[in-house]
Design a protein around this ligand. Structure first.
Ligand code: HEM
Length: 533
């Protein structure tokens, strides 16, 4: 089979790759929602992935790297080509805005980074980026491990109770719900120093956060934006609930902002980045943003920034951990390999910033999960002026002309599962990122080359020349990429350090739904057993 270039080195190796796939279908895919009309986004994701999220031929193969997808009068341009994706999200990034995504999120996130107009975005991105500095990330590893420990302790307690009551040594848990609580606790503490404590309790604020996320999901998948019709907020019960949820969260955030402003200690950015984070009572992003000298931001903007990070950083990480368990549970040998690494690096201890960096295999598991289940599965843009897209990786000189106002979907899902760029594209193989690079023969596409991003924490869009977009790319790339990767690595390592995990039912019984993220329709029910060493 030859050395593994993580891609195809020639048309011949493409044929080999197909035959490997036929022989080995170790990892099963979840089921997509049967009634596609239940969920417009499923319809969309199904179409974008060429008929099914499982092993059906992908649309890229059927329709090419750029094609038009029409729903009645509405049309979208779907991009599944790295060259064209690179043009849209990096080289020509400011010729596009977030289009329909901004329309959906603006009522929730206001002028936060995701939906913000370009001028606001530039100011806020410049202000927020330095807040994710190294000492902050180091301090956050402690938050990740403290919160994960609470989840582990809760599971161990349940297990002990089960052993006492029935003598059984296994508990069943919906790990999607557990990871969701974990990610919420982590984002609350790290972004605004608020302890949701959702792993162990329920509160009106937690319910309001979930209500808001649920509404964002509903809006991203509903057929027409009826909520824009002002009376809807008084007539439609779910819109009334949304308004009241939003008020609960906003009141909570306003209180935290007020508190932070009352204790403000204005300092230069460089000095803020050198604070003794190991002893700080409040190491949150909010503290940093409020204390930053020379930036006077109004409360409304701060609240929008916090809300954006709360939503952007919560479901995404929870989804990655959920699908990590789904894939690992089907690959016990990979669980054992991961546990061997955990034992060697951590022993019985908790991860630190330094030890976390040594958990390379766990990190590659997270990255491979993001390849198979990208969160979000699509990047959304709209042209601000008429555009000519470049020709794709197949070497075409020039691509399509698209008028101003065209909605564009970059199908990260398609790119990540394309047989043109990945051997065994549907297989879960974290090891693929370790194999040596071979030059690839695809004209117009620079291929994989780790030396393009030396020292990177993970194989990224630069290494893959935009065929792999786990956190997007270009100026709108995820601001929390390292944070999220470390968080997922710590949580996964701490779970596997203590438990063996199996799915409760068959992989095919797990139903997949997709909106802003890809998640399991009825939760990810797993069996947890104390690890046999
Ligand atoms: C943007 C993925 C976690 C904050 C993005 C984008 C992707 C992404 C793909 C680019 C969207 C686009 O180009 O349209 C993820 C994944 C995560 C994660 C997979 C977890 C595994 C986080 C966390 C935070 C965060 C933890 C904050 C603490 C943001 C923000 C943006 C963003 C603010 C908008 C950036 C901008 O437009 O300037 N994320 N993200 N994300 N993410 Fe993340």
């Amino acid at each position: 089979l030859g050395p593994y270039p993580q891609t195809l080195s020639s048309p011949n190796s493409r044929k080999i790759s197909v035959s490997i796939r036929c022989q080995s279908t170790k990892t099963k895919e979840p089921k997509t929602n049967g009634n596609i009309l239940d969920n417009a986004s499923n319809l969309l994701t199904n179409l974008l992935s060429g008929g099914s999220l499982s092993s059906m031929p992908i649309a890229q193969g059927a329709h090419g790297g750029v094609y038009k997808l029409a729903f009645g009068p509405k049309a979208f341009v779907v991009i599944s080509d790295p060259i064209v994706a690179r043009h849209v999200i990096r080289e020509n990034a400011f010729s596009y805005d977030k289009g329909v995504l901004a329309e959906i999120l603006e009522p929730i996130m206001g002028k936060g980074l995701i939906p913000a107009d370009l001028d606001t975005w530039k100011l806020r991105r410049r202000a927020i980026t330095p807040a994710f500095h190294t000492l902050y990330l180091e301090a956050m590893v402690k938050v990740f491990s403290d919160c994960s420990e609470k989840m582990i302790l809760k599971s161990e307690k349940l297990l002990r109770e089960k052993e006492v009551s029935s003598g059984e040594d296994t508990i069943e848990l919906d790990l999607e719900a557990e990871f969701s609580s974990l990610a919420l606790d982590i984002i609350g503490l790290s972004v605004f120093n608020y302890d949701f404590g959702s792993v162990t309790k329920e509160s009106p604020v937690i319910k309001a956060v979930y209500g808001t996320l649920f509404e964002a999901e509903h809006r991203s998948t509903f057929y027409f934006p009826y909520w824009k019709f002002p009376p809807a907020r008084w007539i439609v019960p779910r819109q009334q609930k949304f308004q009241s949820d939003l008020k609960i969260i906003n009141d909570c955030l306003d209180g935290l902002i007020q508190n932070a402003k009352e204790t403000r200690q204005e300092t230069d950015v460089e000095k803020l980045q050198q604070r003794d984070y190991s002893n700080l009572k409040d190491a949150s992003l909010l503290r940093f943003l409020v204390d930053m000298r020379g930036v006077d931001i109004d409360d409304r903007q701060l609240r929008d920034d916090l809300m954006t990070m709360l939503i952007a950083g919560h479901e995404t990480t929870a989804a990655v951990l959920t699908w990590a368990v789904f894939l690992l549970a089907q690959n016990p040998a990979k669980i054992r390999k991961a546990q061997a690494e955990i034992d060697a690096v951590l022993g019985e201890g908790a991860p630190t910033y330094e030890s976390m960096k040594k958990l390379e295999y766990i990190r590659l598991i997270v990255v491979e999960v993001l390849r198979l289940f990208p969160q979000p599965p699509l990047l959304i843009r709209r042209t601000l002026k008429p555009e000519t897209l470049p020709g794709g990786y197949k070497g075409e000189k020039e691509g399509h002309k698209v008028p101003k106002g065209t909605d564009i979907f970059i199908s990260v899902y398609n790119l990540h599962r394309s047989p043109y760029f990945w051997d065994n594209p549907h297989e879960f193989e974290p090891e693929r990122f370790l194999r040596t690079k071979e030059s690839n023969g695809i004209e117009g596409w620079a291929g994989f080359d780790p030396s393009r991003s030396p020292g990177a924490l993970y194989p990224n869009e630069i290494v893959s020349d935009f065929a792999f977009l786990p956190f997007g790319g270009g100026p709108r790339k995820c601001i929390g990429d390292q944070f999220a990767l470390m968080e997922s690595t710590v949580a996964l390592a701490m779970l596997l350090q203590k438990f063996d995990v199996e799915l409760r039912g068959s992989p095919e019984s797990v139903e997949l739904v997709s909106g802003a993220t890809i998640h399991a329709k009825n939760g990810m029910w797993c069996k947890l057993k104390r690890r046999s060493k």
